[in-house]
Design a binder for this molecule. Structure first.
Ligand SMILES: NC(=O)c1ccc[n+]([C@@H]2O[C@H](COP(=O)([O-])OP(=O)(O)OC[C@H]3O[C@@H](n4cnc5c(N)ncnc54)[C@H](OP(=O)(O)O)[C@@H]3O)[C@@H](O)[C@H]2O)c1
Length: 246
């Protein structure tokens, strides 16, 4: 069994693995197996949501992996997210801050908060979120939001780090990947790690799950980081929280 290496510390002292595994669009039937495979490959940070309908599978996968590989529950960080219908001041406060104060959750996070949303939230709540999960990938770097969070001690996680697979066909990305003897997916993930952003790649294939975790034996040069920063939009959702309807 592997163990991926980078760790980040949230401002409340909780350590999380700097590389996560996302389970959006993994069917409830296959989730436990994918999560177990991911933990075997070294992931210790699993990302799900109420809306993915597979939280139960995540729990089963974590339990199976703990038994199989002799891991303790506290070695695996699991994030879940409330669906939009649970938003609103009272419901959100009840759902997040009480559970945190009771010690039933280790950290509070938000998702799809742009810099001005984070600012408004922190002015209006007792506990600043520890994590903000936003869409961030090659061709769609939300630099302003990420830098605002990082400057305020909030860890940024990148959803769709491979642009849901779409960016992997980009010519410039593949040219750079060739230089390092790595895949385009590994370059996408490494590019985020070097920005201290936690990538949450998803895959249902063992080969890709392993490949996406094999990103700690090389680093991208400054020059190539800049070249990747300049790649224009080439895939992914480009989700705009300000115009989205719930
Ligand atoms: N907070 C939010 O609003 C939000 C929104 C969207 C996503 N998310 C989170 O972010 C996670 C990842 O996002 P995502 O699922 O959109 O996409 P992603 O991780 O950017 O890309 C996943 C796609 O890329 C393919 N893939 C994975 N590794 C590959 C590799 N090494 N080579 C070639 N293809 C590869 C996968 O194929 P296979 O599956 O067929 O292997 C899948 O089609 C989600 O699972 C979820 O946890 C959060």
């Amino acid at each position: 069994m592997n163990h991926v290496s980078a760790n980040l510390t949230l401002y409340n002292g909780v350590k999380i693995s700097g590389l996560g595994f996302g389970v959006w669009q993994i069917s409830p039937l296959h989730t436990a197996k994918c999560v177990r495979t991911a933990i075997k490959a070294g992931y210790r940070n699993i990302d799900t949501a109420e809306g993915y309908m597979n939280e139960k599978g995540v729990g089963e996968g974590v339990r199976q992996a703990m038994e199989e590989y002799g891991l303790k529950r506290e070695e695996i960080f699991v994030s879940t997210k409330l669906w939009n219908s649970h938003r609103g001041y009272d419901k959100a406060m009840k759902a997040f801050e009480e559970l945190y104060r009771d010690g039933r959750i280790k950290a509070i996070g938000v998702s799809n908060f742009l810099a001005h949303h984070v600012q408004a939230l922190t002015e209006d709540s007792d506990i600043k979120p520890m994590v903000n999960q936003i869409e961030y990938h090659v061709g769609f770097g939300q630099v302003k939001s990420a830098e605002y969070c990082q400057a305020n001690g909030i860890v940024v996680e990148a959803w769709s780090p491979l642009g849901s697979g779409g960016v992997l066909r980009n010519g410039e990305l593949n040219r750079i990947a060739g230089k390092y003897g790595k895949s385009a997916a590994q370059i996408c993930i490494r590019w985020l790690l070097q920005k201290n952003i936690v990538p949450l790649p998803k895959s249902t294939h063992e080969k890709y799950i392993m490949e996406n975790a094999d990103v700690f034996d090389f680093s991208i040069s400054e020059e190539d980081m800049t070249a990747i920063d300049r790649i224009p939009y080439c895939g992914g959702m480009m989700f705009d929280p300000d115009s989205a309807r719930s």
